[in-house]
Design a protein around this ligand. Structure first.
Ligand SMILES: *Cc1c(COP(=O)(O)O)cnc(C)c1O
Length: 385
């Protein structure tokens, strides 16, 4: 069976990961050596220096490409390490049209490039195609940057439609696929050029490794970015690569479990009179539910919801027993986040509120504990609001 005909879970475990050539080790060894012997000057076995390439990292990169349906993948030290390399590729005279509801760190990095280097960054509500069209008409655009589902409001952008608009305007399209993962959504197959990940989240899956990734449809484009990966130098350690690979082996099975948890929790939230709005793309009431159904094969484990104000959010967060109040997401354990004071505190309050991230918003990363325990925990915490 060729790797391209294998189904997702089989690829997650086998694609790009044959037993190691010398020893037959079934899992790729952690090659710590930073340098590799050459038989004569300039003659290597494919590896020269650890920043440029590493055998453990190479296996992770092939696996990432396989899972996203791309030709090549690149691994980074963090999601933001991947993003800075992506942004670096266009220089300071570039124009980026980015989705307005993004991870706080993404907003901070793009805003920093705007302030320090004059990069023209326009944040746009991409749930409205007309806004994307207007932004693309305003000036020549290099990069359209999508996050879908978005962090923290779980909005869905129509990746295929936006990619068409962007390509017609001569722009490249990158999609942050961190929330969905390739188990549920493959942006390259929907028309995007580049996929970005914080592998710290679901791909690693156990809250014990930081990492990032880019995956590419076009091999030539991937080569340009491999050059940048080496030039910028935000590369992961071989041990980190091993951990991400280890997480990827169980990705699909975990994503199904995360989703079962999220459904149980969404059910509780949707029926609570204390909750103003529940944001979960799997709910029929979600404004972009139909787009989510079309472009995703599942809705994932992330939910946000709104309580009346900051004090209510604080009471809820303190009352949780199974969920841990902590930043990050995508691990086996359930986490709760108060975006206004945690993950999105770097976004100025007026911008945050204008985008709908209010002070009563709570974001939940539903883990793979028993869904009934998670639902019970949310129910009892709501009683204390
Ligand atoms: C966490 C996160 C990032 C940043 O990744 P790091 O690994 O923390 O650098 C980017 N995008 C999304 C959607 C994230 O959740």
């Amino acid at each position: 069976m060729s790797e391209n005909t294998m189904r997702f879970s089989t690829r997650a475990i086998h694609a790009g990961q044959p037993p190691e050539a010398v020893t037959g080790a079934v899992n790729v060894p952690i090659f710590l050596s930073t340098t590799f012997a050459q038989s004569s000057p300039g003659q290597s076995k494919g590896f020269v220096y650890g920043r440029t390439g590493n055998p453990t990292r190479a296996v992770l990169e092939r696996t990432l490409a396989q899972l996203e349906g791309g030709t090549a993948g690149l691994a980074f030290a963090s999601g933001l390490g991947a993003l800075v390399t992506l942004v670096e590729s266009f220089g300071s005279r570039q124009r980026i049209v980015a989705i307005d509801d993004v991870y706080g760190g993404t907003w901070r990095l793009l805003d920093h490039h705007h302030r320090k280097f004059g990069v023209d960054v326009e944040f746009v509500d991409m749930t409205e195609l007309a806004s994307v069209r207007t932004a693309l008409r305003r000036a020549r655009t290099d990069l359209v940057y999508i996050e879908s589902p978005t962090n923290p409001l779980l909005r869905i952008a129509d990746i295929a439609a936006i990619s068409k608009l962007a390509h017609a305007a001569g722009a490249r399209v990158a999609v942050d696929n961190t929330f969905a993962t390739p188990a549920l959504q493959r942006p390259l197959e929907l028309g995007a050029d580049i996929v970005l990940h914080s592998t710290t989240k679901y791909l690693g899956g156990h809250s014990d490794v930081l990492g990032g990734a880019l995956a590419f449809r076009d091999a030539k484009l991937a080569q340009e970015y491999a050059w940048l990966q080496n030039t910028v130098g935000a590369v992961p350690s071989p041990f980190d690569c091993f951990l991400v690979l280890r997480g990827i082996h169980t990705l699909e099975i975990r994503m199904h479990a995360h989703e079962a948890s999220a459904r149980a929790v969404a059910e509780v939230l949707e029926h609570s009179p204390k909750v103003r709005t529940t944001y979960y793309p799997g709910l029929a009431s979600h404004p972009q539910h139909r787009i989510a159904r079309r472009q995703m094969s599942g809705f994932g484990g992330m939910i946000s919801f709104e309580l009346s104000n900051r004090a209510a959010a604080g009471r809820f967060a303190r009352a949780l027993r199974v969920f841990t109040l902590a930043e990050s997401l995508g691990g086996v354990e359930s986490l709760a986040d108060h975006p206004a004071s945690m993950t999105h505190a770097s976004v100025p309050p007026e911008i945050r509120r204008a985008r709908g991230v209010r002070d009563g918003l709570i974001r939940l990363s539903c883990g793979i504990e028993d869904p009934a325990d998670l639902a019970d925990d949310v129910r009892q915490a709501l009683r204390r609001v």
